[in-house]
Write a protein that binds this ligand. Structure first.
Ligand code: TRP
Length: 524
């Protein structure tokens, strides 16, 4: 199959929009603010920026560089570099990020539900439900949990999967068309929210939270794990998708520059989103919450509900906020749908529409698990419904561990098995900014070393402090006590399914042999 039949971005702008669209997502708008708050505001920044420059940008250059070098999606790229074991890592990355995508899309389904609510219901009197005492609670809170305890989100989740399928149906061509509209709109909506936030009386106080460093917290490795995972997630690294995106670029592309531009745009967006979120919260003296979902679904909406200007302002800004989340989330999730579809097409020669349809249908079934409305914890403390509990547990493994493990494996494979020098030479041949030998040291020693340290620290914590999630058990309602074993079940399923499928895909079929020296030749 020739390179061109895989499609190509029509312009560099198209690629940058798509890559930054993938990077900018829910992670930027709410997860970042919630993490920053959790780790003490300004205290999060130093680890975050160190992670950006020492790990984020170099790994992005690596993932773009791989796509540039091999002109193939992640599993086949790694296959060419490191044989079957490389390919396995590639598929495992895609399987792990598929888990993330399943619940990411469920969250987007809830965003659709909130968007519908933003037209009115969200701000009206709380919904009284038999399970929750919501009467005394702020409206978005009641609305959100009421919605979660119904089957309605299933419909929204189906819609989001359908939109994903539509956007990737013709690959880069349709993705490019979508991101050309989505990404500029995201920036516009974000700016609207910031201007509103910082011009509120007292709004700027929130901004100071983001600038006041606290060096003590930095001694805590948990802060570093938070910063590292956030950098991987927000830059879409370790997902196995940036390589596919870069493989659709012409050979003479400057990947170092592309990686720096994409990363800085992403983190710039994240930073200004923090300004918007914190200024709105501080203006109304609200306490931000460390829980990302709380931030997105009831803390920020509660702030919006208090904006001056009456219901037109509330409804208007509510719509802006939830449309922003939806656009940002869609332009992220499509990158995984495309990254996986492209990998399946390259290896198994399945027709594109069939691959997309199967994936979207299976994806819908998987995402449905996270919408299960049964109330397992009437206290609504962290995990009200069965779906939420499963989401929380899956997120813990796929997000906090999975992405870092992929980062570790990919740097080890390229650094030690294939030789990072060859990728660096290839990237340098087309780049204005040349990477020196320091880059090899980063990829071979510094990045894997840092990730390994964090992973070991975290795993030891699971053993000494109890497996993540076991502390929820006492909160489960009568009849749901058996859920106490769920942390183990979810850990087992995540590992078994992702490793099993990755091994299956690696084992089945084979890639057409490539000519020796083909990689180094560089087709244009
Ligand atoms: N970078 C995205 C964010 O910050 C996350 C993301 C990118 C993602 N691609 C994805 C999540 C695909 C799920 C599926 O939100």
């Amino acid at each position: 199959m020739s390179t061109n039949s895989r499609g190509q971005w029509s312009s560099r702008v198209g690629f940058i929009l798509a890559a930054s669209g993938s990077a900018i997502g829910l992670g930027n708008i709410v997860f970042f603010s919630a993490n920053a708050y959790k780790f003490g505001g300004g205290a999060f920044y130093l680890p975050y920026f160190i992670a950006l420059f020492v790990i984020g940008i170099p790994v992005m250059i690596l993932e773009f560089g791989l796509g540039h070098f091999t002109r193939r999606a992640f599993p086949e790229s790694l296959h060419r570099l490191a044989g079957k074991k490389g390919e396995f890592v590639g598929w495992w990355a895609l399987m792990n990020s598929s888990f993330i995508t399943l619940y990411y899309i469920t969250i987007l389904g809830w965003v659709v539900g909130m968007l519908v609510g933003a037209l009115g219901g969200l701000w009206k009197d709380a919904f009284p439900t038999p399970n929750f005492a919501v009467d005394s609670l702020p409206n978005p809170y009641g609305y959100f949990f009421h919605m979660l305890s119904t089957w309605r989100p299933l419909l929204f989740v189906a819609l989001v999967w359908f939109l994903n399928g539509v956007i990737v149906r013709k690959g880069v061509a349709t993705i490019e068309a979508a991101v050309k509209v989505f990404v500029p709109l995201m920036w516009l909506f974000m700016i609207v929210l910031i201007v509103r936030g910082v011009t509120l009386p007292g709004g700027v106080h929130g901004v100071w939270l983001l600038f006041t460093p606290d060096f003590d917290v930095m001694k805590n490795p948990a802060v570093w794990q938070g910063a590292f995972s956030q950098i991987f997630f927000t830059l879409t690294l370790g997902f196995g998708v940036m390589t596919a995106y870069a493989s659709y670029l012409p050979k003479n592309s400057d990947q170092t520059n592309n990686a720096i531009l994409t990363s800085l745009m992403n983190c710039g967006f994240e930073y200004i989103a923090g300004l918007a979120v914190f200024s709105i919260l501080f203006a109304f003296a609200m306490v931000p919450q460390a829980s990302t979902l709380a931030m997105m679904f009831f803390i920020v909406p509660k702030g919006i509900a208090q904006l001056p200007g009456g219901s037109p302002a509330v409804i208007g800004f509510g719509i802006v906020f939830f449309v922003l989340l939806l656009l940002a989330g869609l332009s992220s999730s499509v990158s995984l749908v495309e990254g996986l579809t492209c990998s399946l097409i390259d290896k198994f020669r399945v027709p594109r529409m069939r691959a997309i349809t199967i994936f979207c249908v299976l994806g819908f079934l998987g995402s449905s698990l996270f919408t299960l409305p049964y109330v397992v914890n009437p206290g609504i403390q962290n995990d009200g419904t069965l779906g939420l509990t499963l989401l929380d547990l899956t997120d813990h493994w796929a997000f906090s561990y999975g992405l870092l493990i992929v980062g570790l494996l990919e740097t080890l494979l390229i650094g030690w098995v294939y030789g990072v020098r060859r990728i660096r030479d290839d990237v340098n041949a087309y780049s204005r900014l040349r990477l020196g030998a320091w880059y090899d040291v980063l990829v071979r020693f510094v990045i894997p070393g840092l990730i390994l340290f964090i992973l070991i620290y975290a795993v030891v914590g699971e053993f000494t402090g109890g497996l993540y999630g076991t502390s929820f058990a006492p909160n489960f309602a009568e009849g749901w006590r058996w859920m106490a074993g769920s942390p183990w079940v979810v850990l087992f399923l995540w590992l078994a399914v992702s490793v099993g499928l990755a091994a299956l895909f690696t084992h089945l079929g084979g890639y057409p042999p490539h000519r020796p020296g083909e990689l180094e030749g560089g087709e244009s």
